[in-house]
Design a protein around this ligand. Structure first.
Ligand code: FAD
Length: 470
């Protein structure tokens, strides 16, 4: 078999690349090991986690009604886990079905098989599907490598017990354990911890670093850390290492070494969320000229070209940040380059969103990065306590800040913590991409009363003209 363009992996990077390549008039085949397109994002990542986080949010809002608004009702919400799980599956089925239609409409062929490189222009195909005879191969002129990533599971935690879950296991929502330990205070651990806590589990979080969400700006993390601490009734153990994990009497016994936690404790379930590793092992890359760095990521340039002229790499396998929208954008760049266009990806403002309660979002340069790089930026923040809309919605636990280049007055970064931060950051992405000056933000009329005004107000702080701040 031969296909001029082959995309290995049908996640958000792979299918976006394939669709655009087909739109450019190229003959494209996706090789995907699983029966459905969608990859981590659709099947066991972004989408199912957000479906569950929606339920978690509704439950916490119901509680807020009672506490803050005097709305009375009897008892606590009863949760039918089977229905929650079914609803989440329905969302996935709808979206994967849509992708299959989009592929069909564009004439993109899909081969369900595991592909490994036999050479720089040939994949070996293996699969249970009857259309894949033994020894089947697929040759190509160009291949876009989009094999994504999988959860990292350190050997010490990999004890072969279904009580120790990775993010995929946690999203399966088998049941609601009485107690859950989340190992790793990154975004996946905190999002899943929020889901389980709101569904009724007693959640604890352990993190090796001195704060949650290592790498994110501390002023953004602070309101979330307070909330997580309350959600966990203080069981957030920072600067703490998990030594061992073992199954004892239908529970998982975990040993801790840290200033606030030492010794061992038992939990009904443990979620290991200590990062993800790119899928580059076992792909036969040694039969190509593709280079992989010390962290296992494929080395590629701004056009997504690898060291092998026939092979491009995109998405999680091509390096940080491991985010679906970054994968999609890289996929588009690779497809356009193969189609002969002179494009490259200038990664100025890739947004990152943590869908916790409150949400955290940032784009462009962060304060932590500016400090590390010795770059001079002016930071102007607007607390949501001064926003009329935030007051009305009881969402004062937020902050919007701009990072401004003092020489040009251009906005180079933005950080937001608060409900809906993930939606609000889109304006900042556009502003940073377009090279907007602060006046472009402050002179654009923002609708009142909305949380989007906080972007304008934070800009006004730069000029000392913010009105609602005091
Ligand atoms: P993937 O989505 O991992 O897809 C790779 C595909 O390649 C898979 O379908 C796999 O089966 C296939 N494959 C691998 N090897 C082979 C082979 N040899 N042959 C054939 N097929 C193969 N990102 C966000 O932007 N926002 C979020 O809110 C978000 N939430 C997340 C929540 C969770 C719990 C997790 C785990 C991840 C989340 N992510 C989120 C990250 C996001 O899912 C990934 O960044 C994104 O899926 C990467 O896309 P990709 O196309 O590079 O790879």
């Amino acid at each position: 078999m031969h296909s001029p363009v082959v995309v290995l992996g049908g996640g958000p990077g792979g299918y976006a690349a394939a669709f655009l390549a087909a739109d450019e008039g190229l003959d494209v085949t996706i090789v995907e090991a699983e029966p459905r397109l969608g990859g981590t994002c659709l099947l066991r990542g972004c989408i199912p986690s957000k479906a569950l986080l929606h339920v978690a949010k509704v439950i916490s809002e119901v509680e807020e009604l009672k506490e803050d608004w005097g709305i009375e009702y009897e008892g606590a919400p009863k949760i039918n886990v089977d229905t929650v799980r079914a609803r989440k599956e329905k969302v996935i089925t709808n979206l994967t079905g849509g992708l299959a239609n989009l592929a069909k409409r564009r004439g993109v062929k899909i081969i369900q098989a595991r592909g490994t490189f036999a050479s720089s222009n040939e994949l070996k195909l293996e699969g249970d599907h009857e259309s894949i005879p033994e020894g089947a191969t697929l040759t190509f002129d160009h291949c876009i490598l989009a094999t994504g990533s999988v959860p990292a599971m350190p050997p010490a935690f990999d004890i072969g017990s279904d009580r120790v879950m990775d993010s995929t296991g946690a999203l399966n929502l088998k049941d609601i354990p009485e107690s859950l330990l989340v190992i790793g205070g990154g975004y996946i651990g905190l999002e899943m911890g929020t889901v389980y806590a709101n569904l009724g589990s007693k959640v604890s979080v352990v993190e090796l670093a001195e704060g949650l969400l290592p790498g994110a700006d501390r002023d953004l993390v602070k309101p979330l850390a307070k909330r997580v601490d309350a959600m966990c009734d203080g069981r957030v153990y920072l600067n703490t290492k998990v030594g061992s994990v073992c199954e004892v009497d239908d529970q998982i016994e975990v040993t801790f070494e840290g200033p606030n936690k030492f010794g061992h404790q038992r939990f009904d379930r443990v979620l290991v969320s200590v990062g993800r590793r790119p899928v580059t092992r076992g792909l036969g890359l040694e039969n190509t000229k593709v280079e992989v760095n010390e962290r296992g990521f494929v080395v590629c340039d701004a056009q997504q070209r690898t060291s092998d002229p026939n092979i491009f790499a995109i998405g999680d396998v091509a390096g940080d940040p491991m985010l679906a929208h970054k994968a999609t954008h890289e996929g588009r760049v690779a497809a356009e380059v193969i189609a002969g266009k002179k494009v490259e990806f200038d990664k100025i403002a890739i947004p990152a969103v943590v869908f916790t309660d409150p949400e955290i979002a940032w784009a462009g340069i962060t304060e932590e990065e500016a400090k590390r790089e010795g770059r001079k930026v002016t930071v102007e923040a607007y607390p949501w306590a001064a926003s009329g809309r935030a007051q009305a919605l009881n969402l004062t636990n937020g902050l919007t800040k701009w990072l401004i280049d003092p020489e040009t007055n251009r906005v180079v970064g933005c950080g937001i913590v608060g409900t809906g931060a993930g939606e609000l950051i889109a304006e900042a992405v556009l502003a940073i991409e377009m090279g907007c000056e602060v006046t472009d933000i402050t002179e654009s009329v923002h609708p009142h009363p909305t949380l989007s005004e906080t972007l304008m107000n934070a800009g006004e702080v730069y000029f000392g003209t913010a009105t609602e701040i005091f």
